[in-house]
Design a protein around this ligand. Structure first.
Ligand code: PLP
Length: 406
């Protein structure tokens, strides 16, 4: 991989017409170690957030020894770069053949359920393979109510009374039993974890089995951009959230329970930015070479504001407008699909033009992993960058929180 100090250098050297991912391994290691130092338990990186081999390898180098996986593809991705790492199979609804593969081929011994039918599948595999259930920890996923950009409890999780039944059933079958929840991604309310811990406590107090572990899931927020016309949204910092979580864990009596977290976004968001090119400027519209079907779906479906930095092409000698005036541009994606328009504008200097580049920061989470081959576009070029996005001078523009023209 070619290495540059910053994205501007990379753009001017390569003059790329296709999107280029800027990987920052040191930022990834720093953010990962920071999380592991703050969290008082095991950190299992959620592979779905960004499962690139370069990411998994760098995390293993940084000291991550456990990965949250959900599919045979993810088992293989982890095994390929970190053969000794532990895998936690935390998807609550699985194919029986995948459960068998997990237990038989990958030696996975930590698994999640939220329904009795899933216990039945697991037990069929455990019997067929003649495994001692006492060597398996089954986490019962409980429902949570929270405030996150993506709510996931509508889809998964047992209600409190059902969770108690599942725990007792698992205990009678000889499994070790834990409780897990996942509050959704990019939480916006620091009370979210406390509400989930209160539910976990309610369930634990009614279950007839000793709880072998508590898995608090993911949801820890990453830092994104903000609209220059608005006050910065009052997001709690990671330090504040972690301090609060530690206090809540102690208050709800889980301090002596082995803890697990499954962070994704907070660990990998800052580790990548993306260089895109302006293929066409039409008035206040920019047509770029990436979009919602490639790297930018997360900013489209979530209420996420990505920080953007203008990289003017020095070959453009004459420009219209004033370079110090920052204005909103509607951003149209690369495909022919009429919905491929970002829901938030980018705020950039008035002078931006066809042929210029834009560096979009903090796109490491749910961007590369959600790319499609739609319309034949599949960005897959990478460079290594040594300076963190945030240290490269102020981004000259921002994606705003407001939908344009509304
Ligand atoms: C997606 C997911 C995660 C990671 O969530 P982030 O918000 O990216 O931290 C963790 N656990 C489970 C079960 C998930 O589905």
């Amino acid at each position: 991989m070619q290495r540059f100090e910053n994205a501007r250098e990379a753009a001017l050297a390569l003059r790329p017409d296709d999107p280029v991912y800027c990987f920052r391994p040191q930022v990834l290691k720093d953010d990962c170690r920071r999380f592991m130092e703050m969290f008082p338990g095991k950190t299992a990186y959620a592979v779905k957030t960004n499962g690139e081999a370069m990411v998994l390898r760098t995390l293993a180098e940084a000291g991550v020894t456990a990965f949250d996986v959900a599919s045979p593809g993810e088992f293989a991705a982890v095994r390929a770069v970190a053969p000794d790492a532990e895998m936690l199979y935390m998807h609550p609804v699985k194919a029986q053949s995948h459960i068998r593969l997990a237990l038989e081929e990958y030696g996975i011994r930590v698994i999640a359920v939220d329904h009795e039918d899933e216990i039945a599948k697991l037990t069929r595999v455990v019997r067929a393979l003649d495994i001692d259930p006492g060597t398996i920890t089954v986490f019962v996923r409980i429902q949570t109510k929270g405030s996150a950009t993506y709510e996931l409890s509508k889809k998964f999780g047992a209600g409190p009374a059902a969770a108690v039944e599942l725990i007792d059933r698992l205990g009678r079958a000889g499994y070790k039993v834990g409780i897990c929840f996942h509050v959704g991604s990019q939480i916006e309310d620091p009370d979210t974890y406390e509400r989930a811990l209160a539910s976990a406590d309610w369930v634990r107090n009614r279950a007839g089995v000793e709880i072998a572990g508590l898995d608090v899931g993911g949801g820890f927020p990453a830092e994104y951009g903000h609209d220059p016309n608005r006050k910065k949204p009052q997001m709690p910092s990671l330090d504040e959230i972690m301090a609060r979580l530690g206090k809540d864990i102690a208050e709800w009596g889980f301090a002596d329970t082995p803890l697990v977290a499954e962070p994704g976004r907070v660990i990998v968001a800052r580790a990548f930015s993306l260089i895109v090119r302006v293929l066409m400027r039409k008035g206040r519209r920019l047509y770029i070479n990436d979009g919602i079907w490639a790297s930018l779906s997360d900013s489209w479906t979530g209420k996420i504001t990505l920080p953007a930095r203008f990289i003017p092409d020095p070959a453009i000698r004459s420009r219209n407008g004033d370079r110090d005036t920052i204005v909103p541009f509607k951003v149209c994606g690369a495909t022919c699909d009429s919905v491929d328009i970002l829901s938030r504008p980018f705020w950039l200097p008035e002078t931006v033009d066809t042929g210029d580049w834009i560096e979009i920061g903090h796109i490491g989470a749910y961007s590369l992993s959600l790319r499609t081959r739609f319309n034949g576009f599949y960005p897959d070029d990478f460079v290594e960058i040594t300076t963190p996005f945030d240290e490269g001078g102020m981004p000259e523009g921002f994606a705003s929180l407001e939908t344009m023209g509304s």
